[in-house]
Design a protein around this ligand. Sequence first.
Ligand code: G6Q
Length: 547
Amino acid sequence: MTIETTDHSLTQRAEWKALEAHFESMSETTLRDLFAADSSRGETLSADGAELFFDYSKNRLTSETIGMLIDLAEACGLRERTERMFTGDKINTTENRAVLHTALRSPKGAVIEVDGVNVVPHVHEVLDRMSAFSDRIRSGDWTGHTGKRIKNVVNIGIGGSDLGPVMAYEALKPFSDRSMTFRFVSNVDGNDFAEKTRDLCPEETLFIISSKTFTTLETMTNARTARDWSLAGLGGDDAAVAKHFVAVSTNAKGVGAFGIDTANMFGFWDWVGGRYSMDSAIGLSTMLAIGPDHFREMLAGFHEMDEHFRTTPYERNLPALLGLVGLWNRNFLGCDTVAVLPYDNELCRFSAYLQQLEMESNGKHATLGGDRVGWDTCPVIWGEPGTNGQHAFYQMIHQGTKPVPCDFICFCQPANPIGDHQDKLVSNVFAQAEALAFGKTEAEVSSEGVAEDLLPHKEFDGNRPTNVVMTQRLDPMTLGRLVALYEHKVFTQGTIWGINSFDQWGVELGKVLAKKIIPELTQDETVTTHDSSTNQLINRYRAHRLS
Ligand code: G6Q
């Protein structure tokens, strides 16, 4: 069955039409005009919440625009749907599941029910078990099969069972136990496993097999390779598995069948989506790295942003504003991509993490009702830490043919205060946002004595939208706040776009086809069952593969 009906209900809303008319009326107004007309624009169009400062004044909008976007959010039921999410309603309708990542960070006494069962005690029971286990590993009380201390932790997982853990490990490295080594194996490409384990000693290595389903091709393949690698280095005794493998999963049966004692399994629940799971047991590697206390600080940061999102009026609500400004840029200015540019090297995996969070959640063409959306949904999310990106792709952001809205993220205090590095780093955030907003006219360039023929090359249009998120320093609490900021941004946009941000059917088709192709790569007969291109590629590979 194909989607036959296109849904135009969102674009037919009075609030949407009002925004269209409003955009028309200001489409020629530039950021130079807007700042010239209002000397307190910076203060007006910024907000503080959950210890983050959010300046969205360098977007092509006004307070009136924000008010109209809020009207749209209200008309689309954002407030009610937020409550439905927080209270465990099954808003993931295509999978008939509640969406309760917010329960993972709720305080012990809270009551959040799914099918009449309060899930909060279960969350805390797993957290307590993770803490006890982490303490044993970190203190050296838990030893490997040959009695040696565990010094290396390898997380095996992919997608939501990898991107959060890697990102958090990199972000919080300054808080980690430096006597331990952490590695993350995700790709089914054998190079990933080989390179990440080549210098590790099996006697000192613990594998965390992180898989919600415990059926994922990549993870199960790597897990079996890890077991072979481990047993080969430990004398082949199957009993060694109990000391060197733990699992994080919702599938106790699969974990048992793999040979991991379910006593060494840390569970979570079907109401935690993979890309929303870094604060569940999927974060076990994070807890082993930074310790249980820091992990709980991270959860407290998440919770602080949850409460901020749930209770703060949208005029001052950071995730709602981030979502609404993004929606304005996407649907009214027509921007196809958003660059997330953290000015902190430790956030080197943050953009990759957000790519999954945003694009897997909101990269959808079907509405909740099953029609085709009559409006654009998620833009492409991409980015790299600054200042490195400035010496690579910022050229396009400044002088390319289409605006690329940017989120700059920066910190007042560095984890490693060395000389004037931080001032030089952060000055670039302010300079980039200023340059993108105001540009440099040909007249200004000319007044610097630049030759006439070079003027078109050296002028900057400006008028390019940016946000700045600034806070004190990158620590576990801040990371929790930042991730929750984007989680609820995604929710805000997904709610207005009328899509289910919590399924991911789009990843299925390729997986199914790959399963069919795997045995064809080693069959004796020439493959003829696909189209001429796919047949040709498979047969060429068959002819040249190592056998
Ligand atoms: C995330 C997705 C996806 C998932 C991986 C790994 O929201 O569902 O990225 O996390 O496919 O799945 P498992 O954890 O089940 O191995």
